[in-house]
Design a protein around this ligand. Structure first.
Ligand code: SF4
Length: 721
């Protein structure tokens, strides 16, 4: 019998389309998994219900392509474990039992207001997501901070894009990814750092494959990823040595005269200090610290120096690091000093993770005030309050704690009530065993999710059943700043409601509904967000409504009213004029001395664990992708650990054998996969399995507070020992 996988069109979606339900119409909707932002054509039956989908050939992002997750986007909606009614934990039995929405809201208010009465208003926190639509994020952030008097709120964007947010804000003056996807096709050198688009962003990789300039493709990654295998050069550095390597490349480029000094003088600040700083990163030092042979470093620098159009792309290998912000800025520095910004095929380009992480960065109301404003600035607070028609005193001047600080706050007993929305903290947070251990410190845990079966929902006192992607309307912003509309094409099951409707219910039950009367619907909320964006770098006040976005095939910000944009410029990049968003209009060089990795290997834990995406068929904690039989076929079903043959021999590990992977925080059982994909001294495990984050070491970038998932010390032992 063969195990070969053959996929036919009818295998996808909600099943084969019966003849009597031949498609009556289609709706277009942006995919709700990753930040690529592909458009999907959803085929509807005569009752207007989704029956299947195809990739949209006319959308400038995906050009008729979709990855397996997109093709299977409808399947998680009909999973048997959907949460179909609110569930409240019964005190006597300890079991979750169905209740009405009225009872659920009463329990929500009684318990959370009780926490605030006993422990102060800031004893409540929420942890949200980059997966819901922008209008929902904004309503949640406004409701919690302005209506419910909460201060400490954050989202899983902290795990994904906090570093890019801070790096861009410091370097460019605003969180502004400068690129458009056309740059994948227009570069003659593409440098990927800590990014594996073949697996993590497959449609972006297809755009690279459409590049007709025969580009050099350089992949800087400790592991020989699928992307590294297809590169023209793989720079296999030691884990967490990116910073010295990038500084060493800067020095090599300076030595080769590849610096655009006119550009630097006209448009940047701090290059002279940076030049002085990187002088210490000699070729010998860089080779010694990164483990990359001098000849390979030289070859890499020469490719960059020769390139007319060089683009630098990074994602989680950079963002999830103990010195992530400075690493991202080291990449930005390379682009600035070589003049590779603001032109076709160039840029210091951070690839986003979640479908709406950019929406969350602008409108989550966590780190930045709605629209990218500052909580600490009284004029900003007054401006936002004016647009919202609220008392400026309702807007806190103090910053929220970051995700890890909220977790610390729970452990100390400062946070007593937690509301988790569309994320799975118990699985995805670093050193996840700790969250399970401190859950009992919470007086009340509310989880709002599509499923009552996630690791976090199973711990909840109250589960609020939420509609998922495809069951509601709203806007996502993708990696290239493109706003796209996602549409309701299915009814949420049972009593499940859209997150937007749940937030409206909470506002009324809490007693602050009057503050949010103008937020009547997602599209009404979108009009408020337009006003909040007006005059900001992300200005999209020139967009009319959802139909306008759909007609244009998505709209990139900025798109100001009377901004003169035409339909011909629907793939736009930033900074063509050399003007940045800092006070003086100049981009800034930021840099620091590299620091050692927080938990290096030693005699007891001799291997470095790398984590990352396992396949293009899996998404994060698998809450949705595990629901699809097709996607399960396309991904490993058991947790595996990649180990180099040298280490396998050293630790008596045989390919295919069961092993235990131990760190100082936990253990995971896995199947050994002996392979040279990982270097000796390193092992790799896919992040989608819940045991992996029991191993990871809780350290954080000091600027972005993003967790450093990618490197910790472990030991691997075979079961027969
Ligand atoms: Fe969806 Fe991302 Fe796949 Fe496109 S690449 S179909 S946006 S998951």
């Amino acid at each position: 019998m063969t195990s070969e996988l053959v996929l036919r069109p009818g295998d996808f979606g909600l099943g084969r389309v019966p003849a009597r339900l031949a498609p009556a119409a289609t709706a277009k909707s942006i995919c709700g998994f990753c930040s690529t932002g592909c458009s999907l054509k959803i085929h509807l039956n005569a009752r207007g219900e989704a029956i299947n989908l195809t990739a949209d050939p006319d959308y400038p992002v995906n050009l008729g392509m979709a990855c397996p997750k997109g093709w299977e986007a409808l399947t998680p909606l009909v999973a048997p474990d959907r949460a179909t009614s609110p569930l409240l934990r019964h005190k006597a039995t300890g079991k979750l039992r169905p209740v009405t929405w009225e009872r659920a809201m009463a329990a929500f208010v009684e318990n959370f207001q009780g926490v605030q009465r006993r422990h102060g208003p800031h004893a409540l926190a929420f942890l949200s997501t980059g997966q819901i639509v922008m209008e929902e994020m904004a309503l949640l952030g406004a409701l919690a901070k302005f209506g419910m008097n909460m201060l400490h709120v954050d989202s899983n964007t902290r795990q994904c894009m906090a570093t890019s947010h801070v790096a861009y804000k410091q370097s460019f003056g605003f969180d502004a990814p400068p690129f458009t996807y056309a740059d994948f096709e227009e570069s003659d050198v593409l440098v990927f750092i800590g990014a594996n688009p073949c697996i993590a962003h497959p449609i972006m990789w297809q755009r690279v494959m459409m590049n007709r300039r025969s580009p050099a493709i350089i992949v800087i990654d400790p592991r020989k990823t699928e992307t590294a295998m297809l590169a023209t050069q793989h720079v296999a550095l030691r884990p967490k040595s990116d910073l010295p390597l990038l500084y060493g490349l800067a020095r090599l480029l300076i030595e080769r005269g590849a610096v655009k000094r006119d550009y630097l003088a006209a448009h940047t600040t701090g290059f002279a200090e940076f030049e002085q700083f990187v002088a210490a990163f000699t070729l010998e030092r860089t080779a010694a610290e990164s483990g990359v042979p001098s000849a390979d470093l030289t070859r890499c620098a020469e490719s960059i120096a020769r390139g007319e159009r060089v683009s630098f792309w990074w994602t989680m290998g950079v963002n999830q690091s103990h010195e992530a912000t400075r690493t991202a800025q080291a990449i930005i520095n390379l682009a600035l000093m070589t003049g590779n910004i603001g032109r076709p095929g160039t840029g210091a380009n951070s690839i986003t993770g979640q479908c709406n992480a950019m929406g969350s960065r602008l409108f989550g109301n966590a780190t930045s005030l709605l629209g990218g404003y500052d909580f600490g600035d009284a004029a900003h607070r007054a401006h936002v309050a004016g647009i919202l028609g609220i008392d400026p005193a309702r807007i806190p001047a103090e910053q929220s704690w970051a995700y890890d600080e909220i977790i610390d706050g729970i452990e100390r007993g400062d946070i007593r009530g937690l509301w988790v929305i569309a994320t799975n903290t118990a699985h995805s947070w670093i050193n996840s065993g700790r969250f399970a251990a401190i859950r009992r410190r919470l007086d009340f845990l509310v989880v709002q999710d599509m499923y009552a079966t996630t690791e976090t929902a199973r711990m909840a006192d109250l589960v609020l059943p939420a509609a998922g992607w495809g069951e509601k309307d709203g806007v996502f912003i993708n990696s290239e700043r493109r706003l796209g509309v996602t549409r309701k094409v299915a009814r949420a099951p049972g009593a499940a409601l859209s997150d937007f409707a749940i937030f409206q219910l909470v506002a009324e039950a809490w007693g602050c509904g009057a503050m949010f009367r103008a937020w009547r619907s997602p599209e009404a909320a979108f009009q408020i967000l337009k006003e909040l964006s007006r005059g900001q770098p992300c200005d999209f006040s020139g967009i009319g409504d959802y139909a306008h976005i759909e007609e244009r095939g998505g709209i990139q910000w900025p798109f100001p009213e009377a901004g003169g944009q035409t339909t011909a410029d629907n793939e736009r990049r930033l900074f063509a004029d050399g003007k940045f968003f800092t006070a003086d209009g100049r981009a800034e060089f930021h840099f620091d001395e590299p620091r050692p990795m927080p938990e290096p290997p030693d005699a007891d834990y001799p291997l470095i664990l790398l984590t990352g995406r396992g396949s293009s068929a899996q998404w994060h904690t698998g809450s949705r992708t595990d629901k699809s039989a097709i996607l399960r076929k396309l991904a490993p079903t058991v947790l595996h650990v990649e180990i180099n043959p040298t280490d396998a021999a050293r630790f008596s590990v045989v390919d295919g054998a069961r092993v235990t992977v131990r760190s100082r925080r936990g253990t995971a059982e896995a199947v050994a996969f002996v392979t040279t994909v990982v270097q000796s001294g390193q092992v790799f495990m896919p992040m989608h399995f819940p045991d992996v984050n029991k191993l990871t070491f809780p350290s954080y970038d000091p600027h972005s507070r993003q967790p450093s998932y990618k490197a910790c010390a472990v030991a691997v032992t075979p079961h027969h020992r």
